[in-house]
Design a protein around this ligand. Structure first.
Ligand SMILES: C[S@@+](CC[C@H](N)C(=O)[O-])C[C@H]1O[C@@H](n2cnc3c(N)ncnc32)[C@H](O)[C@@H]1O
Length: 522
């Protein structure tokens, strides 16, 4: 029997791409057994896995049946017959697979209900789903939940919805899902429906070092849900060590026996959990009075649609002979700035390393007015087919990239150690690796105080409350979410930002009103 390669990430890009299209990541035994432990009630029944793959849950079901002396028959589906062949290599028998149907679970679901459903559904993000399929998924969510979910919900969300509707009264479901299930735009609608109609018994999170899928760019959670009346409470757990029995034994104990340093759990209020998000621990502090958006505006960096063409090195610009006045200084990658400040020295180092720092930034001047060298370069871009690329085709003319004011601060929005605010002393324009942060007041005193708050550990600590979590403890923060970052009350008190801003606003109003009366600023 082959040893199961649970998170088999192929090294070649092509193979990885294929794997992603079908969402084929196998669940390790120590997690599969804990999930089966929950869905197996004490009586016998039928287990259904809508995405069988290499049969992790079937193997776990056989092991747990033996340990507990219960008998569950095995049934399931998978879209890919080849994945089922792997199940045989991993120790299952043909007979174990006899009730596995090859087909699409979402659109050809079984016509019966089950007492036990378990899954690691395919994590297929929305941008891999065709428009026609998205339309059908919208209809499915409307029929099941009464709402059309935001289009960013991936296929795994519809696996969960479909499976919940196939659960018998009192039946149990265990799903391992990426954290976007409770952090995505669609999460409020999804969980309002689940929490009104089902009983969420428990949510299990994993510390980065204990991830069931190491090196995969997702933060997985396990949800344990019963088709029963909601209770208003649920148990929340954090697993800190992988490959142990602690998770399974915790489930077997009815979510009560913790293992010090390995598995910790406690009961939470459902309303609080819904508000905070199930991927996050409860907020212990009372909510802050101010959020970052009270003091700044956040805009994402420039998306060129073709960095190779628009974002160039000094040598390339010199070789092309295009005057530098047609460029602005820019930085593309988060790792190009390793400190909390981007200065002219940072740019000099990047130039020395051969990294691009010049972004083609054209105004609305007519094409004829450009120098020959620039005209030639733009015609070359046309030959490359750039004007037809999705993002670029929306611009008129195609070569006019987005214009941004120089932001006093940048925010590196993806990473674990790298997530931070950066002071933009070099006055660069960032590309999409960063967010632009514009203080609402340009007063020097205000900007200085704001800077002290931005990189304060208490502020940075709050990023986990608003960001989306990925693998290895990485967090990603979108512009609107960053504006919702709570600023701890003690920092507001220490640095007096609202007062500073009010003083500035009063000055501004004064300037405007005197201007109106006299036609000139006094
Ligand atoms: C993440 S794997 C999980 C497999 C296995 N249950 C485990 O946990 O190791 C998801 C499986 O879903 C299958 N799949 C993808 N789309 C599907 C669909 N529409 N209907 C049924 N199965 C599908 C894939 O072929 C893959 O085997």
């Amino acid at each position: 029997m082959r040893k199961v390669d649970t998170y088999r990430i192929p090294s070649s890009g092509e193979a990885r791409e294929k794997l992603r299209e079908k969402g084929q990541f196998w669940t390790p035994d120590w997690v599969a057994e804990a999930m089966i432990e929950y869905v197996f009630a004490d009586k016998d029944g039928m287990l259904f896995d809508p995405a069988v793959g290499a049969g992790a849950f079937f193997r776990a079901a056989k092991a747990i049946s033996k340990e507990r002396g219960v008998h569950y028959s095995l049934s399931g589906m998978d879209i890919d017959a080849k994945a089922l062949d792997e199940a045989i290599q991993y120790g299952l028998f043909k007979g174990d697979m006899k009730d596995v149907k090859i087909g699409d679970f979402i659109f050809q679901p079984p016509k019966r209900q089950f007492s036990a459903i378990v899954a690691n559904p395919p994590y297929i993000r929305h941008h891999r789903i065709s428009l026609a399929t998205k339309e059908k998924l919208k209809r499915l969510s409307l029929e099941s939940t009464g709402k059309v979910l935001d289009g960013r919900a991936g296929l795994h969300i519809y696996f969960l919805i479909r499976s919940l509707t196939l659960l018998e009264d009192g039946g149990r479901l265990a799903f391992i899902m990426p954290a976007d299930t409770c952090e995505g735009k669609f999460a409020d609608d999804l969980w309002n429906w689940i929490s009104r109609n089902y009983c969420l018994d428990a949510v299990v999170t994993f510390a980065p070092q204990a991830s069931p899928f190491p090196n995969v760019d997702t933060n997985p959670l396990v949800f344990f849900i019963r088709n029963d009346k909601p209770t208003g409470k649920f148990t929340w757990a954090k697993c800190c060590k992988s490959e142990t029995d602690a998770f399974k034994l915790w489930v077997r104990s009815g979510f009560s026996v913790n293992s010090p340093n390995i598995f910790k759990s406690f009961v939470r209020d459902l309303t609080e959990g819904l508000q905070t998000g199930f991927s996050r621990p409860p907020m212990t502090e009372k909510p802050s009075k101010y959020v970052l958006g009270d003091f700044v505006q956040v805009v994402r960096g420039v998306a060129t649609g073709a960095n190779d063409f628009f974002f160039l090195t000094d040598e390339k610009v010199e070789a092309l002979g295009i005057p530098k006045t047609y460029f602005v200084q820019a930085v593309g990658r988060t790792r190009d700035i390793s400190t909390e400040e981007v200065t002219q020295e940072t740019l000099a180092v990047l130039r020395e390393k051969g990294r691009p720092t010049l972004l083609l930034s054209l105004s609305s001047d007519p094409f004829e007015n450009y120098p020959e060298s620039l005209k030639k370069y733009l015609l070359h871009g046309e030959k490359l087919g750039l004007p037809q690329r999705p993002l670029i085709s929306q611009r008129k003319p195609w070569y006019k990239t987005e214009i941004r004011r120089v932001p006093p601060f940048l925010f590196a929005y993806l990473g674990r150690r790298n997530i931070r605010f950066i002071r933009n002393t070099a006055q660069i324009i960032p590309l999409t690796g960063f967010l632009c942060v514009y203080p609402k007041s340009e007063e020097k005193e205000f900007v200085e105080r704001l800077w002290k708050i931005l990189n304060h550990p208490d502020t940075i600590g709050n990023l986990a409350l608003i960001g989306k979590s990925y693998g290895n403890g990485a967090i990603k923060v979108e512009p609107r979410a960053l504006e919702k970052l709570p600023i701890p009350d003690n920092l507001i008190k220490e640095f007096g930002l609202p007062i500073q801003m009010r003083l500035f606003e009063q000055k501004e109003t004064y300037k405007v009103s005197t201007k109106n009366q006299t036609g000139a600023t006094l």
